[in-house]
Design a protein around this ligand. Structure first.
Ligand code: DMJ
Length: 655
């Protein structure tokens, strides 16, 4: 049967707000009728021609009115879409942050990448959407974890490489060679399976870490030798203290990785070039954990007194920091002049900084038989132990160097400015032979405080996370820095603390891994916010300003502890995934690795042009220890690692 129909449109654009009909036509009534009594032909071409003819029949005014109405509807639709408005707000935040960066000179080379990050918002084409979906590693519901049990294959890595930003930056030849070499050096463990014994080939992960170190060192050696930090994109360097920070931080890593040639070159620099007799302000905490800690551990590993002499020199030069009315040290010391001062804008120090220098100064006293170092840092701990202003063992973030009291009361975090206070309570107790009970009490009480005030579950997947408290208000914000905690909890359980600490460590370890796995690059952002509302689509939210990754070590560090104590291979596999993603998104062709601005964009992760010294001092060292099968390689019954991954001995008399 043929259906007869009119192609009829009725557009009425007008105003009928008055009861009386208007005396003139304030509206346009438009009726379009189909092709008279023509037979309705529903083929596409007929429809297209017919509508086009109708359109041509309209007056210009009518056409303009229609176009205007359609445009208005589109604009309203976009403006009321929350995800779009949020994106615009986010772009404004990034623009502000990058504006701040622009003040710093060496960032100019990175600007094209930043421009790409701020590229205009355009709707994604279906093919782009598909591409994104392919890159997305952490779909809601942790499908990601379930889907990708194994490692990304080399072929897949190479295929993806061709599509992303690194085409311009990364030396793919180097990378393929590395993958090939790694694949050739196979570690072939015997695996018993259903009565059959077969060889299971495994990429030599230890060699992959050594390759990563060599690549980082190549950049440092070529463009930043003897300087604090490599700027791998601009092939230059940055100075912070002017003390060869990266070189010193990396000394014991080279020793542990058995990179003899590199170690010897660095040692020559220390003996011939390194001088602390310099009119320079250094941060007490950073120079203690990186320089003093690095020299002490290298002395222990090598037995070479060069490093002990240097350690004593820098330790002594840092001591003026403790000359304060309260004996709570200032943040900054001029190691040439022997003067110390707080930052320009405050007389406060941060709590983590004044309570995370103890392992190093205590060890320096033990080695030199000079008790002054230990006395100074022990006094800080004794004062903090007694202070008011804690909540269930949790400490505020600031302490005043004049009054010796906590300031900015009511704010509690296990992230920046407080993190290593908790870590050093446990580690000092271990270092000293588990005798200093005040340290243990403070540690255990703080963990109760964490459980009571900061520990929550996310939605929908019930990941356990540690949030923050501000004047009684809980915030589901967690810094990547907090990922030291699973490792510290596991270490405590290994040294006899309750087994439930290990259970909590495992839960938090899973969360820290998900902070990587749920990102499109497979690398964690600096800060995440967990969703807690029922029915949330994903567990993790990341604000635009928090999407950077600084090559930080905390998750890898915890994976190392968890693997050492449980021997569960999944921790190694997680670490292997992370190493591959560092190689994929942060490796710079001409040498070195770079921090990135955006872990959510695998096409434009936007390099920041900086390789932090802790990438060599900590991150790569913990990767190596994670993949090593030798439990005697820095046994956790003999050594305790400082917060910069420098192993210091557990005191022999104390055991
Ligand atoms: C390092 O300097 C130390 O691990 C410190 O405790 C925290 N920050 C960095 C690494 O993220």
């Amino acid at each position: 049967m043929t259906e007869t129909k009119h192609c009829a449109y009725d557009f009425t654009v007008g105003w009928a707000g008055d009861m009386n009909p208007p005396s003139r036509t304030d509206f346009v009534s438009l009726t379009l009728t189909g092709q008279g009594s023509g037979i309705y032909n529903n083929n596409k071409q007929w429809r297209r021609q017919s509508c086009w003819r109708k359109w041509k029949l309209l007056s210009r005014l009518q056409r303009n009115l229609i176009l205007f109405t359609v445009a208005l509807m589109l604009v309203c639709g976009i403006a009321t879409n929350p995800s779009v408005t949020e994106h615009f707000r986010g772009l404004a935040v990034v623009a502000k942050e990058e504006g701040d960066h622009a003040l710093k000179p060496a960032i100019h080379e990175v600007q094209p990448e930043l421009d790409k990050l701020n590229r205009p918002l355009v709707p994604e084409s279906p093919s782009e959407k598909q591409k994104r979906a392919a890159h997305k590693r952490g779909p809601p519901g942790l499908q990601n974890r379930l889907q990708k049990k194994g490692n990304v294959s080399d072929t897949q890595v190479e295929k993806e490489e061709g599509e992303n930003w690194r085409v311009a930056m990364i030396d793919q030849a180097t990378e393929r060679r590395t993958a090939k070499e790694a694949a050739n050096k196979v570690d072939v463990p015997e695996v018993e399976q259903e009565g059959h014994s077969h060889k299971e080939p495994e990429v030599d992960r230890l060699e992959a870490v050594r390759d990563a170190f060599r690549h980082a060192w190549k950049g440092y050696k070529e463009f930043a030798w003897g300087k604090d930090e490599l700027r791998p994109m601009s092939k230059s360097y940055g100075e912070w203290f002017g003390l060869g920070l990266t070189l010193i931080d990396a000394l014991d890593t080279m020793w542990i990785l058995n990179l003899k040639k590199e170690f010897e070159e660095a040692k020559t620099w220390v003996s011939t070039e390194l001088s602390f007799d310099k009119d320079v302000d250094v941060n007490l905490f950073e120079s203690t954990i990186r320089i003093l800690g690095g020299l002490l551990s290298t002395y222990h590993l090598t037995g070479d007194t060069l490093f002990l002499d240097k350690a004593k020199d820098i330790g002594t030069r840092l001591m003026p920091a403790f000359n304060t009315p309260s004996k709570i040290p200032y943040s900054d010391v001029n190691i040439g002049k022997g003067t110390a001062h707080p930052p320009r804008w405050t007389s406060d120090s941060t709590v983590a900084e004044v309570t995370s220098i103890q392992l190093e100064f205590r060890e320096l006293s033990r080695l030199t038989q000079d008790t002054r170092y230990q006395a100074a840092v022990d006094e800080v701990m004794q004062k903090v132990h007694k202070l008011e202003g804690k909540q269930d063992g949790l400490v505020p973030m600031f302490i005043n160097t004049n009054s010796g009291q906590f300031t900015h009361l009511g704010m509690f975090t296990l992230g920046a400015r407080a993190d290593s206070y908790y870590e050093y309570l446990l580690k000092q107790w271990i270092q000293g032979g588990k005798k200093e009970t005040a340290l243990l009490e403070d540690y255990l009480q703080a963990l109760e405080g964490v459980k009571k005030n900061l520990l929550k579950k996310s939605s929908p997947n019930r990941l356990t996370f540690v949030g923050e408290l501000s004047h009684g208000r809980f915030s589901p914000k967690m810094d990547h820095l907090v990922c030291f905690l699973p490792g510290t909890l596991a270490l405590g359980a290994h040294h006899g603390l309750p087994a439930e600490h290990m259970e909590l460590a495992k839960q938090l370890m899973e969360t820290c891994y998900q902070m990587y796995a749920q990102m499109e690059t497979g690398l964690s952002p600096e800060i995440v916010h967990f969703n807690m509302h029922e029915g949330s689509i994903g567990d993790v939210d990341v604000k635009l300003a928090d999407r950077h990754n600084l090559l930080r070590p905390e998750t890898v560090e915890s994976l190392f502890y968890l693997y050492r104590f449980t021997k569960d291979r999944k921790y190694r596999d997680w670490g292997w995934e992370i190493l591959q993603n560092f190689n994929k998104y942060t490796k710079v062709s001409t040498g070195g690795y770079t921090s990135i601005n955006n872990v959510r964009d695998p096409e434009y992760p936007s390099p920041r042009d900086k390789m932090e010294s802790f990438f060599l001092g900590e991150t790569l060292k913990y990767f190596y220890l994670l993949f090593s099968d030798d439990p005697e390689l820095l046994s956790l019954d003999k050594y305790v690692f400082n917060t910069e991954a420098h192993p210091l001995p557990i005191w022999p008399t104390a055991q």
